[in-house]
Write a protein that binds this ligand. Structure first.
Ligand code: ADP
Length: 250
């Protein structure tokens, strides 16, 4: 589903992501952990081509995002072509970014009606179903300012799912939430994982990563320095830097 090949992203003089290779199979859940500033967000943004790699590339479902082969040479894709691939990728960030002037239901319906050109009659039942799935059927008519942070983030997840993505990217989806609201968002993510969604998850929630991920990737200074099944990586990390990180956070 995702293949990251020799990916480097440089900002100024610094390689924030350094020669990273990573693949995610269909239905697999991969958690990315590591210290702040280690390049996790930048890697995730490169997967969605929100950042253009300095070198290397990413494929989504076998197709390179950002470049295409024309007469035997790699050329930059147009914004429209990039947008087409991106419709298959759901993204949930730390900040919820709901449209404040739209209700929860309207936020969830916006992508299907505007981007996928579905009729309201088609889009609304699906949007209501997704709000039910994230436990917010009763909040459909509420505006974001009336919702808690956890509820807003759940609407943001429903909004991503409305585009029927084949891959979901989560970038510290619970970091901006008050502690008592984190669980409800993680539970929605757990349900999604159980439903078989392919997920790439940057998180500081180690217990969640351990429960949900098929594989955990530890990044440090822009590189993947360790990876493995959660029980191995968390219980008996072999790399000294992973050990030091886990000792500090757990
Ligand atoms: P993490 O998600 O692991 O905390 P990030 O990918 O956000 O790490 O950032 C890695 C490093 O790249 C940080 O030092 C950050 O300051 C730097 N960085 C991220 N985005 C930019 C940018 N647009 N311009 C310059 N430096 C950036």
């Amino acid at each position: 589903m995702v293949q990251v090949v020799g990916l480097t992203k440089r900002f100024g003089e610094i390689d924030v992501v350094k020669d990273v290779d990573l693949s995610v199979r269909m239905g697999e859940k991969v958690a990315i952990i590591g210290p702040s500033g280690s390049g996790k967000t930048t890697l995730l943004r490169c997967v969605a081509h929100l950042e253009r790699p300095t070198s290397g590339y990413v494929t989504i479902g076998g197709e390179r995002i950002g470049e295409k082969l024309v007469n035997g040479r790699w050329r930059e894709m147009s914004d429209r072509e990039i947008a087409r691939i991106r419709t298959g990728i759901g993204m949930v960030f730390q900040r919820f970014n709901l449209f404040p002037h739209l209700t929860a239901l309207q936020n969830v319906m916006l992508g299907p009606t505007r981007v996928l050109k579905r009729s309201r009659a088609e889009a609304e039942p699906l949007a209501r179903e997704l709000l039910r799935k994230v436990g917010l059927a009763h909040k459909a008519a509420d505006y974001p300012e009336r919702l808690s942070g956890g509820q807003q983030q759940r609407v943001a997840i429903a909004r991503s799912l409305a585009m029927q993505p084949r891959l979901m990217l989560f970038d510290e989806a619970t970091s901006a939430l008050d502690p008592e609201l984190i669980g409800e968002v993680l539970n929605v993510m757990r349900d999604l994982a159980r439903d078989g969604m392919t997920m790439l998850i940057v998180t500081h929630e180690m217990q969640f990563a351990e429960d949900v991920a098929d594989r955990v990737v530890f990044m440090d200074h822009g590189r993947i320095v360790d990876e493995g099944p959660p029980h191995e990586l968390f219980r008996s990390p072999s790399h000294p830097r992973t050990q030091a990180f886990l000792r500090a956070v757990v």
